[in-house]
Design a protein around this ligand. Structure first.
Ligand code: ZN
Length: 457
């Protein structure tokens, strides 16, 4: 039988090694991983001319805002941005859509809306708030990849958890074989500090990060790790911005807790001074940190302490950013970064700091597949798996401009920045969905993915 597609003459990157070779695809699957240059019969043969071939990225942290806030993003534009960024699976957060995905009915509605729109594959997080502990079984049965929860206020209609529900939820996760993805910041101290700073009349940008200092994040990390350890529950701490946070999680892991850590490209790319200059487009929580911490965070990445990297793409309409230009408290917090994640990490990681591409593959594809229960289908260049692939021109230098963005709202903290390393082509299940600046798949090509096995990270 002749193959459908043979991608040849590539530098193939896995989480363990880089080798010269290619990939053979029949239908939606990888049927052979080829080492070296060989003549193989296929309907289509693409010579990648020495470019790098990586497994597609599984971005476990994306806010697509649909249904209810589709003016912010939506599955169509969000998935197009994903494809342009080498992301072949997006996992959508349960908040910022209305109503939030905290009940089976809302998940069903969200899936109905998503169907027919996405150009990459997609899955969903369930939401865990202060009054839906009894809904988690049903959401788990429906294949949510995890349960997002907040230790601090979320800023939208999604109630945060106190220790009682963190404890109860983690205990439940141990039984369900799923996990909680926690936004870990201390609500009481951050809101006290915000009030104190606002009382002095300050509206400047530094006030934002001064109200959410590193220790308020570290406390929530330590506390939730403690409950994970004592309950045996599975805990994933999202968007960890501080090096001490990753070290605390690594320590808890060593002590037997089922905890994992995520960081985001913006914590590795921008610092507080960038935030003061860029303004609302770079406002997020936890906030951007000092340059010293950014460098230490890269050290954590180099030491293998970071389990996954997710974009935390959290878009909004421009007016919600613009109204915070002169008063940072008024701006919506969230960075539009899905499309720039891989270029940012190639630039600052692979080129500037010599981070091996194999490490990037581990944090962007292989570990997310294992963590979210998708590794029997995705996350690696291996025979039998979905042919989700990204072709990267590692040396291409370019600058991000508004017209390149596929987001519904064309703003991003990364606008105007120069990158080294560009996504040339993205394939989802054997089909090219993005090539040379253009989306070449129809909305609706993307398929729903579900957690296929219990937590076993
Ligand atoms: Zn988020």
């Amino acid at each position: 039988m002749s193959a459908d597609l043979y991608l040849k003459n590539a530098e193939v990157v896995t989480e363990k090694e880089i080798f010269h070779g290619g990939v053979v695809i029949v239908g939606e699957k990888i049927t052979e991983v080829v080492r070296g240059d060989h003549d193989i019969e296929a309907d289509t043969i693409i010579d990648l001319k020495g470019k790098y071939l990586l497994p597609g990225i599984i971005d476990g942290h994306v806010h697509l805002n649909e249904p209810g806030r589709e003016v912010w993003e939506g599955y169509k534009t969000g998935s197009m941005a994903a494809a342009a960024g080498g992301v072949t699976t997006v996992l959508d957060m349960p908040l910022n859509s209305t109503p939030p995905t905290i009940h089976r009915d809302e998940l069903t509605k969200k899936r109905a809306v998503a169907k027919g729109q996405a150009v990459v594959d997609y899955g969903q997080w369930g939401g865990f708030v202060d009054n839906n502990l009894d809904n988690l079984e049903a959401l788990n049965e429906d294949g949510v990849i995890g349960f997002k929860a907040f230790a601090s206020n979320s800023g939208v209609d999604f109630e945060r958890l106190d220790d009682d529900m963190i404890y109860a939820g983690l205990s439940k996760m141990a039984k369900l074989g799923n996990m909680i993805g926690l936004h870990a910041e201390n609500e009481f101290v951050t809101s006290y500090l915000a009030k104190e700073i606002q009382a002095t009349g300050r509206i400047d940008r530094a006030g934002w990060y001064e109200s959410r200092p590193p220790e308020t994040e570290l406390e929530a990390i330590n506390r939730s790790c403690f409950w994970a350890k004592t309950t045996g529950g599975n805990l994933h701490i999202v968007h960890v911005s501080i090096p001490e946070g990753h070290r605390a999680i690594a320590k808890a892991k060593k002590e037997g807790a089922h905890v994992t850590s995520e960081t985001c490209p913006h914590f590795l790319f921008f610092d507080q001074q960038d935030f003061e200059r860029i303004g609302p487009a770079a406002k997020c929580a936890p906030p951007l940190r000092s340059r010293e911490m950014v460098d230490e965070l890269w050290q954590c990445v180099a030491e293998g302490l970071v389990d996954v990297i997710g974009s935390d793409h959290s878009p909004c309409t421009w007016d919600l950013k613009e109204n915070g230009m002169d008063n940072i408290w008024k701006a919506w917090g969230g960075i539009s970064g899905l499309q720039s994640m891989l270029p940012a990490l190639l630039t600052e990681g692979a080129h500037k700091r010599g981070l091996p591409l194999t490490s990037l593959v581990r944090m962007l594809s292989a570990n997310p597949a294992r963590l979210y229960g998708l590794d029997d289908q995705k996350g690696a260049i291996r025979e039998g798996l979905d042919a989700d692939l990204v072709v990267v021109d590692l040396d291409r230098e370019w600058t991000l401009t508004e017209d390149q963005l596929f987001y519904k709202n064309k703003h991003s903290a990364y606008l105007g920045y120069s990158f080294k390393g560009e996504v040339v082509q993205t394939l989802v299940r054997g089909k090219t969905v993005y090539q040379d600046g253009k989306i070449v798949a129809d909305p609706g090509y993307g398929k729903l993915v579900r957690r296929s096995h219990s937590y076993n990270f």
